[in-house]
Design a protein around this ligand. Structure first.
Ligand SMILES: [Zn+2]
Ligand SMILES: [Zn+2]
Length: 329
C-alpha cells in the first residue's frame, strides 16, 4: 500500500510502499478513504511530541470502510463505514479508565503517534475505539469531525454554560465549534492573527458577532475562551478578556511557553485549564450532535502524496477550515 511515513522527526514524510497491515484480535482492517490533518501531526513531525513510534504513519482523523477483521470483532462488519480518532486504546483498568477519564490513562495509545494512522491506503484499529459516522456527512466532510470536532467539542463542554465565548485561533477546530456554540445559544468572539483578514472574514461568515486580533480586547468581557492556537502568549491575552469567574481552556496538545503575567489576570476566580485527548463518550455525544446542528465542515483537499504540502499550508495558516488528505476517492 502507499503510505506517507515519518522516518525521523524534523524530516519530511516519505512516500513508501508498505505491506497492508494484518488486523490482530479485536482489530479492524480499514481501507482508508480520507484522513484529515491536524496541528498535532505537525507537533509530531517537528519533534515537539517526543515519543512517536518510528517509522510512523501519522494521521488520526481516519474515515474508511472495514475490509476484514481479526478474531472477536462483533461491533462492525465488512463494508461498514468507520471513523478512527486519536484515542487508539487504553488500559481499561486504571482509576482514570474506571472513573470516566480514559483520556488521561497513562497507558493510552494514540493513533498516528504510538500506532500507525491514516496517511496510508489501509489502517488497523481496535474496534472498541472506532466510531460509526453520521450519514449526512461525506467521507471528506466527516474526517475533520474526528479530532477538530471531538476535541473541540470537549473543549467547548469545559467552558460550562458560557454565553459569550471567545475562540483564539480560527482553524479546523474553531470553524466546527463555532457552529456548535451558536447552536447552543452562545455569542462567539473570534480572535485571529493580526492582519488575517481571510480568517476574520471566515469567522464572520460562520456567525461570529465580533472578530479581531488576538491582542485586542472584545467590547464585552467574555464568560469563557478556548485557545486553539499553540501560542503561549494567548494565555495572558485571553485571561485579560475573560470576566471574573470565567474560564480559559487550552485545547492544544502542545503550546509554546506561557510568558509570566501579573496575578491580577487570574485573580477573581478565573479558571485556566487544559483539555487532553478525548474519551469515547465525547465522540459519541459529538457525533450525535453534529448532524443536528447541522455542522458543515469546510475542507481543503490534497492527495495523499501531498501530505507534506498540506502540513506546510497548515503551519503557514493557509488552510481554510480543515485540510483533508484524499486517500482512496
Ligand atoms: Zn487506563
Ligand atoms: Zn488532532
Amino acid at each position: 500500500m502507499r503510505a506517507m511515513v515519518l522516518l525521523k522527526p524534523g524530516t519530511p514524510l516519505q512516500l513508501r510502499d508498505l505491506p497492508i497491515p494484518a488486523p490482530g484480535p479485536g482489530q479492524l482492517l480499514i481501507k482508508v478513504a480520507a484522513c484529515a490533518i491536524c496541528r498535532t501531526d505537525l507537533h509530531i513531525l517537528d519533534g515537539e511530541l517526543t515519543e512517536p513510534k518510528l517509522p510512523l504513519v501519522p494521521g488520526h482523523q481516519i474515515v474508511g470502510r472495514v475490509v476484514t477483521s481479526g478474531s472477536g470483532v462483533t461491533q462492525f462488519k465488512p463494508g461498514d463505514r468507520v471513523g478512527v480518532p486519536w484515542l487508539g486504546s487504553t488500559c481499561g483498568c486504571c482509576p482514570d479508565c474506571n472513573e470516566g477519564r480514559e483520556n488521561l490513562c497513562d497507558r493510552a495509545r494514540f493513533t498516528g503517534y504510538h500506532l500507525d494512522g491514516g496517511y496510508a491506503e489501509y489502517a488497523v484499529a481496535d474496534q472498541r475505539f472506532c466510531f460509526a459516522l453520521p450519514e449526512g456527512f461525506g467521507d471528506l466532510q466527516a474526517a475533520p469531525l474526528l479530532c477538530a470536532g471531538l476535541i473541540g467539542y470537549r473543549s467547548l463542554r469545559m467552558t460550562g454554560d458560557a454565553r459569550r465565548l471567545g475562540i483564539y485561533g480560527f482553524g479546523a477546530a474553531a470553524h466546527i465549534i463555532i457552529q456548535v456554540a451558536r447552536w447552543q445559544g452562545c455569542e462567539v468572539y473570534a480572535f485571529t492573527r493580526a492582519g488575517d483578514h481571510e480568517g476574520q472574514q471566515f469567522a464572520r461568515q460562520l456567525g461570529a458577532v465580533w472578530v479581531g486580533a488576538a491582542d485586542q480586547l472584545p467590547p464585552d468581557a467574555l464568560d469563557a475562551a478556548i485557545i486553539f492556537a499553540p501560542a503561549g502568549e494567548l494565555v495572558p491575552a485571553s485571561l485579560e478578556a475573560v470576566r471574573k469567574g470565567g474560564t480559559v481552556v487550552c485545547a492544544g496538545i502542545h503550546m509554546s511557553d506561557i510568558p509570566s503575567f501579573p496575578y491580577r489576570l487570574l485573580w477573581g476566580e478565573r479558571v485556566l485549564r487544559s483539555v487532553a485527548n478525548l474519551t469515547r463518550r465525547d465522540g459519541e455525544e459529538f457525533l450525535e450532535i453534529a448532524p443536528r446542528v447541522p455542522v458543515r465542515t469546510e475542507v481543503q483537499l490534497y492527495p495523499l502524496e501531498a501530505a507534506n504540502e498540506a502540513l506546510a499550508d497548515l503551519k503557514a495558516g493557509r488552510v481554510k477550515g480543515a485540510g483533508v488528505l484524499v486517500v482512496s476517492p
